[in-house]
Design a protein around this ligand. Structure first.
Ligand code: NAD
Length: 361
């Protein structure tokens, strides 16, 4: 019998090509007078162009965002917000830039207009992960949910193919875990399957032709859907593992998701057969017990993504520490989480082995 609770989060989404030209209109609509434009150091020119277009309504540009939202970067940014008297935040960038904005919003409740340029999906979630002393902690708060998200296909054209591929796999990971989430609902499942389908198809086209605008639009559309999934239902062992590994060894976020995803999917496959059928269908993979997990492994390979944690810089000696941290506050998971299975999963991912199901271990 169908039974569910479905909570939809308030958000205004503007999607299309060249849509960031509507930023000034949105700033005005929110009644903002002095917005601070955030970016990573390498995307500073983008932020400067947006600030110039806003004229007097831009208080300045701060291009200090880095991955995993370190506490010291946020503290320095808060001092800039105060000094400039900023009354709102605009970001142009991926999850790292959105993360800095959310960390500021968490403490100031400033309104945020987010222009995502990767497929990470953070812009659709009310959560923020922050890192201090090698430990990443996540909190949820309505304060960090952006007021406006402007998806502009144009701004994703410059995302290099290797980054597009891993970022897209990161987005698919949200869909995978939404399909077997304990609080899943029919709407999230539709979005998850469609999001995974759109990304899997678009990423192969982007790899062949990075400025294919239709493929870029399809990927960004998929990323939006997957981001909504991430924001609306609970994630399980895959997200927990990536979170722990990223924080402990400062591993690149999207690449870590890409490596872990086939392994976490295979691990959970025996306890989530319906999710695997939907996922295999979305990926165009064979409908067998491990079809979806192998489909993800093959997709990553086809896109030229890294498939081993050792290639991302994780030390082999770090496996036990990662297991210990994973078991601390372990999330609900379709297959119960226990130490030896996690050790084996991480070891396989470290070596870059084929994914194996919990039953095969
Ligand atoms: P990122 O934001 O760090 O971007 C990766 C690199 O790509 C950066 O150097 C950036 O400057 C560059 N870049 C971004 N867009 C570009 C473009 N269009 N063209 C050229 N270069 C571009 O990477 P990410 O994977 O998007 O974000 C990772 C961070 O986001 C992590 O800290 C992760 O924890 C966080 N995140 C949070 C949530 C959430 O819901 N809280 C969700 C997903 C990710």
């Amino acid at each position: 019998m169908l039974e569910f609770v479905c909570t939809t989060l308030p958000s205004r989404v503007i999607f299309g090509e060249g849509t960031s030209a509507r930023l000034a209109e949105e700033v005005e609509r929110l009644g903002l007078q002095r917005v601070l434009v955030l970016a990573t150091p390498s995307r500073k020119p983008d932020a400067e162009r947006l600030a110039a277009a806003l004229g007097a309504r831009a208080a300045g540009v701060l291009a200090t965002a880095v991955m995993h939202t370190p506490a010291n970067v946020t503290e320095a940014a808060l001092a800039v917000v105060e000094r400039l008297g900023a009354d709102g935040l605009v970001t142009v960038g991926g999850g790292s830039t959105t993360g800095l904005s959310k960390a500021i919003a968490l403490r100031t409740d400033l309104p945020q207009i987010i222009i995502p340029t990767t497929y990470a999906g953070s812009e659709m979630t009310p959560s923020v992960g922050e890192t201090k002393d090698g430990v990443k902690t996540t909190q949820r708060s309505p304060r960090v949910l952006p007021e406006v998200v402007i998806y502009d296909v144009e701004r994703t054209l410059s995302l290099p193919v290797p980054l597009s591929a891993v970022s897209g796999m990161n987005a698919i990971a949200h869909a995978v875990e939404a399909l077997y989430a304990p609080d899943r609902n029919p709407v999230a499942m539709l979005m998850a399957e469609e999001g995974a389908r759109a990304l899997a198809q678009a990423l192969s086209r982007i790899a062949a032709h990075p400025v294919d605008r239709d493929a870029r639009a399809e990927a960004l559309y998929g990323a939006w859907l997957c981001g909504v999934c991430l924001g609306s239902v609970s994630m399980a062992i895959h997200h927990k593992l990536c979170h722990v590994l990223g924080g402990l060894f400062n591993l690149p976020h999207a690449q870590t998701h890409t490596v872990i995803l086939p392994h976490a999917t295979a691990f959970n496959a025996p306890a989530a057969p319906d999710a695997m059928v939907r996922l295999a269908r979305a990926l165009g993979a064979t409908d067998s017990a491990l079809g979806a997990a192998l489909g993800l492994h093959e997709l990553a390979g086809r896109l030229g993504c890294p498939r081993a944690l050792r290639d991302l810089g994780m030390p082999e000696s770090g496996v036990d520490q990662a297991v210990t941290l994973t078991l601390r506050n372990a999330p609900w998971n379709p297959v119960p989480i226990e130490a030896e299975a996690m050790r084996e999963l991480i070891r396989r991912a470290w070596r870059g082995d084929l994914p194996a199901s919990a039953l095969q271990r």
